[in-house]
Design a protein around this ligand. Sequence first.
Ligand code: PEP
Ligand code: MG
Length: 753
Amino acid sequence: MLDTLRRIVQEVNGARSLDAALATMVRRIRKAMRTDVCSIYLFDRERDRLVLMDTIGLRTQAVGIVTLRLGEGLVGLVGQREEPLNLEDAPGHPQFRYFAETGEERFSSFLGVPIIHQRRMLGVLVVQQQEKRRFDEGDEAFLVTMAAQLAGVLAHALVSGTLNRPAEPDGQAMFSGVAASPGMAIGEIVVVAPPADLDSVPDLIPTDPDAEVVRLHAALAHVREDIRKAGARLASRISTQELALFDVYQQMLGDAALGNEVEKRIREGQWAPGALADVVRRHTQYLERVDDGYLRERAMDIRDLGRRVLAHLQESNELTPSTYPANTILVGDEISAATLGELPRGRLAALVSIRGSSNSHVAILARAMGIPTVLGMVDLPLPRINGAKAILDGHRGRLFVRPEPQLAKRYERLIKEERALAEVLEHEQHLPSETSDGHRMPLMVNTGLAVDMVAQLKPRVSGVGLYRTEVPFMMNERFPSEQEQTRLYHEQLSSFAPLPVVMRTLDIGGDKDLPYFPINEANPFLGWRGIRVTLDHPEVLMVQMRAMLMASRELDNLRILLPMITSVDEVDTALRLLARAREELAEDGIEVASPKVGVMIEVPATLYQLSALAERVDFFSVGSNDLTQYLLAVDRNNARVASLYDACHPAVLNALARLAEESQRLGVPASVCGELAGDPSGALLLMGMGFEALSMNAPSLPRVRAAIRRVSIGDARSLVAETLSLPTTAVVRAHLRQRMTDWQIGHLLSPQD
Ligand code: PEP
Ligand code: MG
């Protein structure tokens, strides 16, 4: 049974159009369940009716014609109740409704199940039988499972238009992901593939198949020439037998061999790189399965040759700075920081990556550069969107492909307003961050990159609240040496001196991977992360601590922050290592002042150990991003549960309020460096709770400062009091928006639907 289910889902998934998907569904399900009829009805929300979309067994003329209101007939009843209905004698049911078009009177048994995706009823799946048949529990369970599995495929097809029917091509489609960098942009999509990687070539429909064929043959000729030259170079050094291999390569690359097959695939509707990747994949898969060492070797050869041809194809297809459209929305399976770096600065309007998380390298870069970005858009049909006009909403994590004019107009207005606001706020960036009644609220900045514009920032902030040291580590191909780190940290410390710089020890693991130190775990956020890794590798931590200390010589503005602390003994061990690092430097004659040390409050366990922690450290820094994900048990990078992830959940806010209160009682300064601090309404709440500093990405500073300057500390405190008793995230958000509107600062919040 499981096999049948899997096969059907796979087939449906592979369908090229909605019609083909529906046809596959009804045919395969009818066969699997041995029934006379299988039909699918989809719910047309605009018309508020269920429409018969495909059937096998009923009259096909009825498709598209038969429609039912919710509650009408048996199918309507299933849709309305959102529950299966299993009847041996359907015509005997009081709700039975006869549609002459279908010829339904001939069927007595009926089993209908709703198709539901993320709580929304999408349609109804029905099987019917001529003779009286009681569909048993197994039948019902099969159809329910089938509907649940197909719901995802259908939902995607319906929302995205991936499986567009020919009659309604290329309509507006919306995709959701995880918002990784705020802002909005309208532009043209450019789909990128990493160089010469056969596995990540996207499927694209060629606009000019003839041109693709020409490109292909040119690339093949290039590689044949390369191989000929390589053979000639080696002729005197290898045996004639080995040299013969070069002839084999030449033959493989011949127009009659690989060339023909790839050309055929292009004519079937694939661009040249995609067609090449398809053909190479097919051959290598076959050869790798063969139990013959020689042939398996040939599989490797084909892959290698394929890669070479691909490299030439990509060269000829390479976008040059001038070919990138002015407002490029760069879309890729996994966009690397390098790709980002290659793009001409002024042309990049927004970024979308299918993979990647809010802490990935590219997301950090994008935030620092102020480029709206959405990641984790797993449903994006790359082949169909290259060159399309699109809108990216980095506040809400959405991409609208081929937007309707009305929506485009709305976004044009929003973008204009956002720009105008930024200009207005720019004028008050040199003013202190204090409330209308003089309460000072120090604002700090989160850094990690060289692109962070220090000179501009320094006069506007009270220091660096979080320097993520893992960022420069991510940019490397190995752990940076002690000297390299010292240089890097010194640059950061001296640029901001005498302002304090909070340097966090390496926080890798979770979604922050180092290319040269991969950590593969089933559950990385609950695994080897942050301090857990560095305490297991004291050699790495010691180098880092020594480098930080060295870098702070004569500057005295270093603070050290320990990430992912769960237990007090982790702090004790880290402090011991720090003391040792200082001693080692002293032995070399380098005396460094003892820096203040703090812990991140981001694992909920620390909330209950504040007094023990307070005895050991000088400050607390709240990582509201992780604290939210761990308190709510919601992965901060999973688009499917993105709507559940919100630091304004009442549980998180109550935890934060108590934490602020207790830190004050313990006399330990507490600040916040997670994203909540960069949200104007979140910042007001945190100020009202009593946090002593807020640290955020540079682009968030203007709005937060503006919000703080327009309220009194009393207002902020009442806001906290009002908010803490509210029952749900939605009510909290609505209340915050209302208050901000009352105070005439609603425009500082990101736009809403
Ligand atoms: C946090 O968890 O809130 C935080 C600031 O750290 P990071 O986002 O780097 O995990
Ligand atoms: Mg964190």
